[in-house]
Write a protein that binds this ligand. Structure first.
Ligand code: M6R
Length: 631
């Protein structure tokens, strides 16, 4: 939520294109408004706009707004906003100024005590021009400066007064050769080049410039400056600024992580849907042993005994990651026979969960590794004595750094706000985890080998599913989008229930239409009341032991004149014969537990094409942000 950029360089040049291109790479974090500030000849120049950088920062206009001096710029900051306090508007967009316009800051996070700080600052004569929580920051720094503090001390004093979460970057005309950063609860790092340092909320934003960076931890600040013709930095703690820290310089080497373009696709979401076969392959690669029929999860190697002795599993996650955990729960319960409780992180944090921490292993699942509710759940669980593990996609993210250990999901950058390939990667990890837990609890090597052989086949079958289903799903989505359906429900039984939940979530996010998801057997206990000629039911029912039961429910819907789309497999399609319903056929699998890996594909495509038919932005659906770093 919100993306920050800051550049400082000893090689003066036109920094605006670099700031804009980095902001574009951070658009997934927030896209309701955006802004840039640079120091030009001792003054701060600022441009702010409503909308995403790629929509509002057009070359011509920006060149006019920032007339580049012949010797260029050496420092600038930029921001993409996802509004939490104050609606999207130019006044509320960052960067924010102090009263004197001598300093500009960009902020990611939420300041919980901003109301009292604002009141106090107003009583001291400060004038506020926005309705954001952020604007207290430049005024607090200005106030501290008035009281005699140096720029750095004023910045750190201010940071120490803030409750809540922040990643902040500051520039000031008082010291135009300095970029100050502070972090607590919101991600912030800076990339290192020969004559330039680039701060960002995520390495994604700056990988085209450098793959070497330092990530700040909570409570840390960085002082980046130009000294004697080159750039330099120091890092310390906000509460004890004199104590300097030596931090590890990280290098991202995985090239696939750096692919942030749409390539041949018209949207990131479409690209990411189509990347799923290779993501699944990459996620399981090298993580199993065909000889022993067991999964080999290097990240959990030091916790083998704890995993072996665990009596139950607890998962915490939000949104799509929670839906993947629900599938994971069925896998673990079915294969390993251990009870699994899957909690939505925002609930888990505040409720009493009567599980015994020493007997339970907790898995936090998150694409971004930044989701505030999941992160806080992990912290709370650790306080209670749980061993915590992560299934996280973003390497080095806050949750990945907080858990005891974990398994990375290896989906690569997911830019589309609606999560697709991260879900598949999370499923891949859960299959391996379930096999591992099962092998420790009596699953024979033979059975393990069989499952792994089938798992290896999944990427090819995913490709086949995409090829076979995309055009029919597109036709169906366009048909129903034009039909103005009033009600849509996604239904299934057993392991397909979480798939129906994920399908409904995807559909809501992209189409802005309400969609329900139910276990099919629940239909008759209430939801069937909504079925009529204007209702659509999407039923996930490949041929399995519950197929005949599912057929009953199908008949019930048809008898009420409901519209139906069935997702079934080749055998299921044959058994159904000529039906007055539309059927989307996926390949038949020997092990029915593996169906989620294929079913999800037409369900994602359905939401995607339905949304396109409605004219919606599929990469940046309204009101959403990719990383939800606020409560
Ligand atoms: O980054 P996380 O996986 O922790 O995010 C959790 C949810 O916010 C996320 O899955 C959200 O529901 C997506 N927009 C779903 O498409």
């Amino acid at each position: 939520m919100c993306g920050i950029i800051g550049i400082i360089t000893s090689e003066k040049r036109n920094l605006i294109p670099e700031i804009i291109s980095s902001l574009k790479n951070l658009e997934y974090r927030g896209y309701d408004s955006t802004g840039i500030a640079i120091i030009d000849n001792g003054n701060i120049k600022r441009v702010r706009r409503i909308g995403a950088p790629s929509d509002v920062f057009h070359n011509q206009e920006i060149t006019e707004a920032f007339e580049v001096p012949s010797d260029g710029f050496s420092i600038g900051i930029g921001h993409n906003r996802w509004a939490t306090h104050g609606k999207p508007s130019e006044e509320n967009a960052h960067p924010h100024f102090d009263c004197g316009g001598n300093l500009a800051i960009v902020h990611n996070g939420t300041i919980l005590n901003y109301e009292s700080l604002r009141k106090e600052l107003i009583s001291l004569g400060h004038t506020f021009l926005s309705t954001t929580d952020t604007e207290v920051i430049p005024h607090l720094i200005e106030q501290s400066r008035k009281e005699g503090a140096s720029l750095k001390d004023a910045f750190l004093n201010t940071a120490s007064l803030l409750h809540g979460s922040f990643g902040i970057a500051l520039i000031s005309t008082d010291d135009p050769n300095r970029l100050l950063l502070a972090k607590h609860g919101s991600p912030l790092l800076f990339g290192i080049l020969d004559n330039t340092l680039i701060a960002a909320s995520s390495s994604n934003a700056i990988l085209s410039y450098t793959n070497t960076f330092i990530a700040l931890a909570d409570g840390e600040y960085a002082d980046l400056s130009i000294k004697e013709g080159s750039v330099t930095y120091i890092i310390g703690t906000i509460l004890d600024p004199e104590k300097l820290l030596t931090k590890e310089v990280m290098t991202i080497t995985d090239k696939s992580l750096g692919d942030m373009t749409k390539g041949e696709y018209e949207s990131f979401m479409k690209k990411e849907i189509h990347e799923q076969p290779s993501v699944f392959r990459t996620t399981i690669l090298g993580r199993y042993d065909e000889e022993t029929g067991d999964a080999v999860l290097g990240g959990l190697i030091d916790y083998e005994e704890i995993l072996r002795n665990a009596k139950q599993v607890l998962t915490v996650a939000c949104g799509t990651a929670h839906n993947a955990s629900l599938v994971g729960g069925v896998l673990i319960e079915t294969l390993a026979g251990i009870p699994v409780r899957s909690e939505i992180a925002s609930e888990f944090r505040y409720k009493k969960v009567p599980m015994i921490p020493t007997e339970t292993v907790l898995f936090a699942v998150s694409q971004s590794g930044e989701t505030a509710d999941t992160l806080e759940s992990v912290k709370e669980a650790r306080r209670k004595g749980y061993k915590t593990f992560g299934i996280i996609n973003v390497v080095g993210s806050a949750i990945a750094e907080t858990v005891d250990a974990g398994v990375y999901a290896r989906a690569g950058f997911e830019i589309g706000v609606a999560s697709t390939k991260a879900f598949t990667a999370q499923l891949a990890v859960f299959y391996l985890l379930a096999i591992k837990l099962a092998r420790e609890r009596g699953m024979t090597p033979q059975k393990g080998k069989g499952l792994l052989t089938e798992l290896e086949e999944i990427p090819n079958l995913m490709t086949k599913t995409l090829v076979d289903t995309e055009s029919i799903v597109r036709e169906l989505a366009e048909h129903y989008a034009n039909k103005n359906i009033c009600t849509i429900n996604f239904l299934g039984r057993g392991i397909h229930v979480p798939l129906s939940t994920e399908a409904a979530l995807k559909f809501k996010e992209l189409t802005y239409l309400e969609a329900g998801s139910y276990p099919l057997g629940e239909l008759k206990h209430g939801p069937i009341a909504v079925i009529d000629n204007d209702a659509l039911s999407v039923i996930i029912m490949p041929y399995d032991e519950l197929f005949e039961l599912n057929k009953n429910s199908l008949e019930q819907i048809l008898s009420k004149s409901g519209n139906v789309i069935l997702i079934t497999d080749e055998i299921g399609a044959k058994k159904l014969g000529a039906q007055s319903v539309d059927i989307v056929v996926i390949p038949t699998l020997k092990n029915t537990l593996l169906y989620p890996t294929l079913e999800i594909l037409p369900l994602q495509l359905f939401a995607y094409y339905y949304a396109l038919a409605l004219g919606n932005n599929v990469d940046k659906p309204r009101n959403l942000a990719k990383s939800v770093t606020v409560e």
